[in-house]
Design a protein around this ligand. Structure first.
Ligand SMILES: Nc1ncnc2c1ncn2[C@@H]1O[C@H](COP(=O)(O)OP(=O)(O)OP(=O)(O)O)[C@@H](O)[C@H]1O
Length: 490
């Protein structure tokens, strides 16, 4: 996003924040300082991507250029048009494997927001023959929103390759019976994709060259998705290339993936590499749902400086929270699974356009959704599976909505019981995340600011400028004995 339009959005937002949060905006000096810091951060972000792309330990690191990856000129044009200067690590590693002849299968893991979608989109666009007017690539995503978003990436990257056409196999896209699709790429959700291949025969599965499973672990681990994906796969020719991508793979899912994909190339992260250190993670202790709500109101001014996503466990809580926030005068968007498809798409678009700063949602948005300006993720409820056990994968995907492609992000976990503290501890043990604790939710805005804005000298300054509730350093406790450079300045 261009600096100007972003800055303008900040100005508009600040004006709005002033009307809804007098406490936060009472200090004009602090506001203006924040404004500068954010712009500063934005500018340094571009540099940061460049720097990260030269750091061998970064997931954005690459030694090659897009030219060296031998992309078609039309696609190079598309890639540069999207503002990509060099490939990320996953793109650099996966693309040669995906473009090799004869085609090779691939199961690939890379941290959220590191360019997996762009990688498999480039592979699909490289493989299709635009002279053949029938589907050649199928890409299956777990949600409608994600399918739409991936489709947009295909459209953008293929902008200079107009002969290649795309169609969405999603609920609500009704085709005439008996018709045969002419588009070369079909992107959709598993149920509709299966219907289009078997029941309606809009697609001839025998002609498919590339089959992509995005968020492959959820496609495999969710029973319905797994059945449908495997039924689609069985209809495809033996030599059809299979590409499985995700930021997370549980061990059992990984084993299953290796059983269903013949002779795969494998790109796998070590456990300690799974989280991005550009995302700072905090938790705040509360005693009840109401207290969590209060804590959220306290930080509202800080989180709406850019954009935030708030995750709830159930649709009911999400609805309740969105209602309460609205009653407090905050403008929030709500997105949950029971909404009509068109409504869901409209909400995502408005959020992407910055018309709403805060999106209250459920796990329906935990994966894949890519909104560059999201700098804060709040787990109003911690992610648990149906048995109440910690859901580590969903945790990583949720916090991965921020910190996209080298940007800085902040994740705040709200803990309201002994049980939820245990859940957070178990997530922490499993992923070696470094959590920071604040026992007093009312001081959270300070923490939010410390986590978000990088130049260390500003931490102390912000602390003093905004800090009516300044607290001694001892209350900033790092678990795991892992002290980051931030503690020094606090
Ligand atoms: N080589 C690149 N240079 C600059 N930006 C890039 C590059 N590749 C991808 N991006 C941008 O980075 C962001 C994240 O990329 P993408 O959505 O492909 O990540 P992802 O790994 O698929 O994320 P998730 O795990 O959440 O699905 C997008 O906004 C994308 O446009």
């Amino acid at each position: 996003m261009a600096t100007d339009s972003w800055a303008q959005a900040v100005d508009e937002q600040e004006a709005a924040a002033e009307s809804v949060n007098p406490n936060f905006s009472s200090d004009k000096a602090a506001q203006s300082l924040l404004n500068k810091m954010i712009r500063n951060n934005l500018v340094s972000n571009t540099n940061q991507v460049e720097v990260l792309q030269r750091d061998p330990n970064s997931p954005l690191y690459s030694v090659k250029s897009f030219e060296e990856l031998r992309l078609k000129p039309q696609l190079l044009h598309g890639v540069y048009g999207m503002g990509f200067n060099r490939p990320s690590k996953i793109q650099e590693t996966a693309l040669p494997m995906m473009l090799a002849e004869p085609p090779q299968n691939l199961i690939a893991q890379s941290q959220s927001g590191t360019g997996k979608t762009a990688a498999f989109v480039l592979a699909m666009l490289s493989h299709v023959d635009p002279n053949n007017k029938y589907p050649q690539c199928l890409c299956v995503s777990p949600t409608y929103e994600l399918a739409l978003q991936t489709g947009k990436v295909i459209e953008q990257m293929g902008k200079h390759y107009p002969e290649v056409k795309l169609v969405y196999a999603i609920r609500g896209n009704k085709l005439q019976r008996g018709m045969k699709l002419q588009e070369q790429i079909v992107i959709g959700t598993p149920g509709t994709m299966l219907d289009w291949c078997s029941k309606f025969k809009f697609i001839d599965p025998k002609k498919i060259k590339v089959f992509v499973l995005d968020e492959a672990d959820v496609m495999i681990a969710t029973q319905g998705h797994q059945d449908q994906s495997i039924r689609i796969q069985r209809m495809l020719p033996k030599n059809c290339q299979m590409l499985l991508f995700s930021a997370t793979f549980e061990e059992s899912v990984w084993n299953f993936a290796q059983r269903i994909v013949p002779d795969p190339n494998i790109i796998k992260l070590k456990r300690e590499e799974e989280t991005l250190d550009t995302i700072k993670q905090y938790y705040v202790l509360c005693n009840s749902k109401e207290e969590k709500f209060q804590a959220l109101c306290n930080i509202y001014g800080a989180i709406t400086i850019a954009q935030a996503m708030i995750f709830c466990h159930t649709r009911k809580t999400a609805g309740w929270l969105a209602g309460e926030l609205s009653r407090e005068g905050h403008q929030v968007a709500l997105l949950s699974g029971e909404m009509q498809v068109e409504q869901r798409a409209a909400v995502i678009e408005r959020f992407r356009d910055g018309k709403e700063k805060v999106l209250v949602t459920t796990n329906v948005c935990a994966r894949g959704i890519d909104v560059e300006q999201v700098s804060v993720v709040i787990n109003f409820d911690l992610p648990v599976d149906k048995d109440g056990n910690p859901d580590n994968e969903t945790y990583l995907h949720r916090i991965g909505r921020t910190g996209r492609f080298g940007k800085r992000g902040l994740a705040i976990n709200m803990v309201d019981s002994k049980m939820s503290m245990q859940i957070l501890n178990r997530i922490q043990e499993r992923k070696c995340i470094d959590l920071m604790k604040d026992t007093d939710p009312t001081s959270l805005p300070l923490f939010a600011l410390h986590g978000l804005y990088t130049p260390p000298v500003f931490y102390a300054f912000t602390f003093l400028a905004v800090g009516e509730r300044a607290k001694p350093q001892t209350q900033h406790m790092f678990t795991h004995g892992c002290v980051s450079s931030q503690t020094g300045v606090l």
